[in-house]
Design a protein around this ligand. Structure first.
Ligand code: GLC
Length: 414
């Protein structure tokens, strides 16, 4: 099986920020409003006359992404409406250069990423509501698509990857993937090429040039690469609310605890987690979105040692947390992710269980444990080891703390 180093490097990035930004941000009703809102295209595209993000929109996004522990950002350089944040260099006038912004916003994004030390990735739509050729002359559309993507590959220096979306709209068509991916490889041999398989085919493998499978809004499952010609990564993308693009009246938000559990569900199978924000038309974030990233970042900061480099240990964990507790490994160090730990207190302050978890997580380690501590406060973890079998009781959080998921760091003899 071929194992590419850049795919392994992508896995080490661990957490990413997904950014859905475009004309729909100005309408504030989600990125599909042109389609589902039955909006007049003329009215929709007239937003180009006002679309003009603040000068430091990209720097601000980079700062928020970093605060959240993200090491890469995937930006919608063009979404289904066909509007491009990059200079289409004459392919059409439907780009940020011809909007009120009057500038190449992908350039600003890439510059801000590099200055901030995060890796830029480009989302690019395949489905297109704007170009008549998408419906009328598909072969011609594919030429336009490849020319568009080529601009992204050759005008912005080395990028982390390209993230396609929308092939699920015309599954019966020949998308000429060889030509598309081959062109990308000629400019960016080490770019991750990802093609979102959408809600209906999560985790599905595709063309040999694809470097990661996707789990759109669904918890990853193990990827069986056995017998496959190439090792691929996996990535789950997720939204806080129910739209990817800014929707001013989306109140159905996930909790921070759910987001933390998502991060852990990804780590369990070694998948990356790509968490979305939909900036407003000026490029700034809804305060709640920024706060979610910043607060997630506090948790990430506490657990970071376990979140980027360690990989699934492939050791089953038995016990109460059977379905969810799991082990990662990095060298001689193991990380046990413990869920459903209650918080000490009493019936006056704690709803539900406030006792120590009474049953242990049981698993085998290939050596003698020399230390076991909780990552969050360095305190000792109670465990027993008989031969290779370890029994670890996560206990309960001390009153005053609740980490949602707690990580025990276990070091064995080299
Ligand atoms: C879906 C939606 C699209 C969104 C994408 C993100 O494919 O069509 O709006 O960009 O999911 O994963």
């Amino acid at each position: 099986m071929i194992v590419k180093q850049y795919i392994k490097d992508f896995e080490k990035l661990g957490l990413g920020m997904f950014v859905h930004f475009g004309l729909y941000s100005d309408i504030g009703k989600g990125e599909w409003i042109l389609h589902h809102g039955k909006m007049e295209p003329k009215e929709y595209y007239s937003r180009m006359q006002t679309f003009n993000p603040v000068p430091d929109w990209a720097q601000r996004l980079v700062a928020t992404a970093k605060a959240g522990g993200c090491k890469y950002i995937t930006l919608t350089t063009r979404h289904h409406d066909g509007f491009s944040l990059y200079d289409t260099c004459g392919l059409n006038d439907l780009d940020a250069v011809h909007a009120a912004a009057g500038r190449d916003l992908v350039r600003e994004f890439v510059d801000a990423c590099r200055a901030g030390g995060v890796v830029p990735f480009f989302y690019h739509t395949l489905l297109d509501w704007y170009m008549p050729s998408y419906k009328e002359n598909f072969k011609e559309y594919l030429v336009y698509l490849r020319k568009s993507v080529e601009l992204l590959c050759k005008n912005y220096g080395k990028i982390g990857g390209i993230w396609f979306d929308g092939m699920w709209h015309k599954p019966e068509e020949d998308w000429e993937e060889d030509a598309l991916y081959g062109m990308i490889r000629s400019y960016q041999p080490e770019a991750m090429i990802i093609n979102n398989t959408g809600l209906s085919a999560r985790g599905a493998l595709g063309h040999i040039e694809l470097d990661s499978v996707t789990f759109e809004r669904g918890k990853p499952t193990p990827i069986n690469c056995e017998g496959a010609p190439k090792y691929v990564a996996s990535e789950m993308c997720q939204v806080f609310g129910t739209h990817w693009g800014y929707a001013e009246r989306d109140f159905l938000y996930k909790s921070l605890a759910e987001i933390i559990e998502d991060v852990c569900s990804c780590k369990k199978y070694g998948a990356n987690y790509l968490l979305n924000v939909g900036p407003r038309a000026d490029g700034t974030l809804r305060p709640l979105d920024a706060a979610m990233f910043e607060t997630l970042g506090e948790w990430v900061e506490i657990q970071k040692e376990a979140l980027y480099l360690p990989r699934p240990a492939g050791i089953p964990v038995e016990g109460v947390g059977e379905e969810r507790d799991f082990l990662l490994v990095n060298g001689n160090t193991y990380y046990l992710f413990c869920h459903r730990i209650s918080m000490r207190g009493d019936g006056n302050v704690v709803v539900g269980n406030c006792c120590d978890r009474d049953s242990a997580d049981v698993f085998s380690l290939p050596g003698k444990v020399i230390s076991a501590t909780w990552l969050d406060d360095g305190s000792e973890v109670t465990l027993q080891q008989h031969e290779n079998e370890v029994a670890l009781k996560p206990g309960a959080y001390r009153y005053g703390t609740n980490l949602v998921v707690r990580v025990a760091k276990i070091v064995i003899e080299p």
